[in-house]
Design a protein around this ligand. Structure first.
Ligand code: 5GP
Length: 189
């Protein structure tokens, strides 16, 4: 998506460790008009899929997922990284390996908010090795829901997460796919 690629070139920067910093518009300060357009594009791509729920993972997925959900007119459920006292014991959980922090943590979703009737679209800001998306797929499938696909803002296509999930048969729609970020120069697929 040209709009997003242009924004990444204009406002993104490459940090050591292959991390793309886009916190001026995507995951710290949020350019809501841009995210609105990303949501419109995911809606166009998944228009015929009768999505009933959007799933994401806290924290940076939430804002994007909520704006996207306005286009689908469905609720957002986000996987929580810590077990709050009021969630009870009735939840699905699965581990996630954090790309940016280099650790592993559990995410949980209450069984109340995902059911076999759901047709789930997963939304996230980044796709790198795919651990975050795999965790959300695992939880949705544990609940018996149908995973229709995923909408990702930025896929680092030189990492294997996206292709591995596509090989497993999942539909992944990434709106900017980065081919390389060598020497700080960002190139798209
Ligand atoms: P994965 O689980 O696919 O390896 O990584 C996805 C998660 O790691 C995303 O939810 C995102 O928060 C974070 N992430 C991965 N790569 C980057 C990156 O280059 N920049 C930023 N800002 N976050 C990233």
């Amino acid at each position: 998506m040209e709009l997003l690629e242009n924004k990444i070139i204009k406002s993104g920067s490459v940090l050591p460790g292959n991390v793309l910093k886009v916190d001026s518009f995507l995951n710290h300060q949020i350019d809501v008009n841009l995210i609105y357009e990303l949501g419109a594009e995911w809606k166009r791509l998944y228009a015929d899929e009768k999505i009933t729920k959007i799933m994401t993972i806290e924290a940076s997925g939430i804002g994007i997922a909520c704006i996207a959900a306005m286009h689908f007119n469905v609720p957002v459920v986000f996987a929580k990284k810590s077990k709050s006292s009021n969630i009870g014991n009735d939840f699905y959980s699965t581990p996630v390996v954090s790309y940016t922090h280099g650790n592993t943590y559990e995410v949980i979703v209450s069984k109340r908010y995902i059911s076999p009737d759901d047709r789930v679209l997963i939304i996230d800001d980044f796709l790198a090795n795919g651990s975050a998306l795999r965790a959300l797929i695992t939880i949705a499938e544990k609940a018996g829901a149908t995973v229709v696909g995923a909408g990702v803002a930025i896929e680092k296509a030189y990492q294997q997460g996206g292709d591995n999930l596509r090989d497993l048969g999942y539909r992944i729609e990434s709106l900017a796919r980065i081919k390389s970020m060598d020497n700080g120069k960002i190139e798209f697929c």
